[in-house]
Design a protein around this ligand. Sequence first.
Ligand SMILES: [Cu+2]
Length: 370
Amino acid sequence: MRQKLGWSRVRRIALLLAVPSVLAACANDNGQNSLSPKGQNAKDIANLINPIWVIAIVIGIGVVLATVFVALRFRDNEGKRNPKQTHGNSVLEIGWTILPALLLAAVAVPTISLIFKLAETPAKSEALQVEVVGKQWWWEFQYKANQPKFGVDEKVVTSTMLHVPVGAKITFYETSDNVLHSFWVPELSGKKDVVPGRTNVLTITASEEPGLFRGACAEYCGLSHANMKFWVKVESKADYAKWIAGQQEGPNQAYEGEVANLTGKKYQCVNCHVFDNSATPNYGPNLTHLASRQYFAGGMYKTNRANLKRWIMNAPSMIPMQSQECRLPPPATCVGMPSYTTPISQNGKPLPLMTSREADVIVDYLLGQK
Ligand SMILES: [Cu+2]
């Protein structure tokens, strides 16, 4: 039975179509917009995809209109308007095979040449060399030692905040010590998969202007995948030089006394963290210059007293992790940073719970680690 397409139904359908478009328009400028490229790689990709969009939209609209036209014109009308029945039309069939093939071939030429261009790796002396390790669920950056052009003498291990000078080329050597991740700074470059047991190489060019660019893990990697962000901080040459020199100085304060006792013995933070040497990686982020990082915890929180204190006492309450029950690094089966205020025991013995005062001692020290 045919139903009349009444006005109320039309309106309902229109509303259904309108809601997603309106919501899409609400998307705020979150610094992850690959349609507003700021770095050369991202610009090259946008210059390729934009004309293809135009062609695709024109063809898409044509196909939809033709489909709607045929559906309306030849809809069941008690047999009155059956189209003329034919079998085979060589001209049409050859036409609609060759035309798309030509179109795809035309699109392939600039696409393939851009793939090769983006895969180029400049000489080691020309680009800042950074090893990237995808962790669960944060990013570790290790500036390779001996890069005089970029002010790096000793290796520098940091997390979440990647500092680079304006206009510089950066070659990333990406790997993972756990599961698959994908490294993506939408406004600067395309993605690169981060695969355990492999090193994938990606070179990008920083923006010409200073700026803070948001990156994210773009490959589902477990519980806190959505919280695995990072930032690329593009700085003037002078600011970058100051930062990289600061990272290579030892800790601002001696690592001794009560703080060393709490973090080294009582709570054994040193199982997972290094407090006094920025050249050494560990299971968790290197904390030697923590206070120089604007954001911590996978870029999800600003580095300030309130956030740090809450984090140190009970990190899993801020980012979902599989570590409440365990204060040991791998090969234990916990993932992430444990809670120090949730009662747990190890080998049948209850572990000490952190007091607010102890947390203050640790936070005071960490905030001094510029
Ligand atoms: Cu991920």
